[in-house]
Design a protein around this ligand. Structure first.
Ligand code: F6P
Length: 361
């Protein structure tokens, strides 16, 4: 009988529980046993954090946001911050311990659900001899090897709904509303929600923006009897002559800088240049919460089931990928090579321009 382990790593995304559900059901149908490692790799470091997952355990979790296993983006086992007896923090490599626990448990494979950071870690374990299969997760949709990651559609729906609501209040007060959305170094969430939610301006990392152009567009609204404007800014957007805005120092154990603050910066600059009332808001983690959309649920369930088919076929050190209409697999080494950026020649970008949305260039 085969035993497998599943973990969820990095920032959570709606649909994680649907992947867990599909993995547990598909594996159990084959007579396999499934274990869940809590908070990323914690269950493989400490068996107290390893839980048995049966169909009963996962019943009804598909529509629930978050992950029943918990997640972390500070849990890189190759450089893990751990407090020593003196209360100081040492950064240690616990990967060998994880490998020996994985073997002690007699696991046949590890389903690692995560974004590029978690998948890179998974690939490093594959190089150490672990049978790993990756499942692509991130609201940012920035993994090149798959057409979509699950979580993105839900994040876009949440952001679009927020934009819809902002129109009425912006109009009542003749205001410019600047909305900062997530997405790290790519502008997928900003572009999709901005177009669907009727934004006047969308600023994305792929197009460094010019403030004069942005203000011209807002001023132009007035000439066309529109007394308000909605500006959507991706957290990774930057001006032509400037840099990204980060918030706070890097957190201990976290591999990437935390983005945030560009919405306020853009709002302040608009206020300085135009005689308009300006407000800004950051949608933040609202975009990661809540029940996955039907699209994300289905995609996540398909990813989970496909991962188990891959395990059955012994396709390891690979990631399941959606290449519409097919589920395919790609080498993890290839999957983590590049981030997927918005294609500036794509139909979505053309659509934005055709319907009069300013992209800041
Ligand atoms: O990668 C997903 C994401 O939500 C990014 O869009 C965002 O920059 C980051 O995670 C936020 O991370 P945290 O949850 O640590 O604040």
């Amino acid at each position: 009988m085969r035993k497998i382990v599943i973990s969820t790593g990095g920032g959570d995304a709606p649909g994680l529980n649907a992947v867990i559900y599909a993995v547990v059901k598909s594996a159990t149908m084959r007579g396999w046993e499934v274990y869940g490692s809590q908070s990323g790799y914690k269950g493989l470091i400490d068996f107290d954090r390893l839980v048995r997952l049966t169909p009963t355990e996962v019943e009804g979790i598909t529509p629930i946001g978050g992950t029943i296993l918990g997640s972390t983006n500070k849990g890189n086992p190759f450089s893990m911050p751990v407090k020593n007896l003196a209360g100081e923090v040492d950064v240690i490599d616990v990967s060998d311990r994880i490998m020996s626990n994985y073997k002690r448990m007699g696991f046949f494979c590890h389903i690692a659900v995560g974004g590029d950071g978690s998948l890179e870690i998974a690939h490093r374990f594959a190089q150490k001899g672990m049978h790993v299969i990756g499942v692509p997760k991130t609201i940012d949709n920035d993994l090149e090897a798959t057409d979509r990651t699950f979580g993105f559609d839900t994040a876009v729906s949440t952001a679009t709904e927020a934009l819809d609501k902002l129109h009425s209040t912006a109009k009542s007060h003749s205001r410019v509303m600047v909305v900062e959305v997530m997405g790290r170094d790519s502008g997928w969430i900003a572009l999709y929600s901005g177009i669907s939610g009727g934004a006047d301006v969308i600023l994305i990392p792929e197009i460094p923006y010019c403030m004069d152009t942005v203000c011209e567009k807002i001023a132009d609204n007035e000439l066309h009897d529109k007394n308000y404007a909605i500006v959507v800014v991706a957290e990774g957007a930057k001006p032509l002559d400037g840099d990204i805005v980060t918030c706070g120092e890097g957190e201990l154990g976290r591999d990437e800088v935390l983005l945030g603050g560009i919405g306020k910066k853009v709002a302040d600059e608009i206020r300085c240049r135009l005689d308009k009332d300006v407000r800004h808001l950051t949608l933040g983690h609202l975009q990661r919460g809540g029940s996955p959309t039907t699209f994300d649920r289905l995609l996540a369930l398909r990813f989970g089931a496909a991962a188990i088919r891959m395990a059955d076929n012994r396709e390891f050190d690979k990631m399941v990928a959606w290449n519409p209409p097919h589920m395919t697999s790609v080498l993890l080494a290839d999957a983590i090579k590049n981030r997927k950026m918005v294609d500036l020649k794509s139909d979505k970008v053309k659509t934005a321009r055709d319907i009069g949305i300013c992209l800041g260039d």
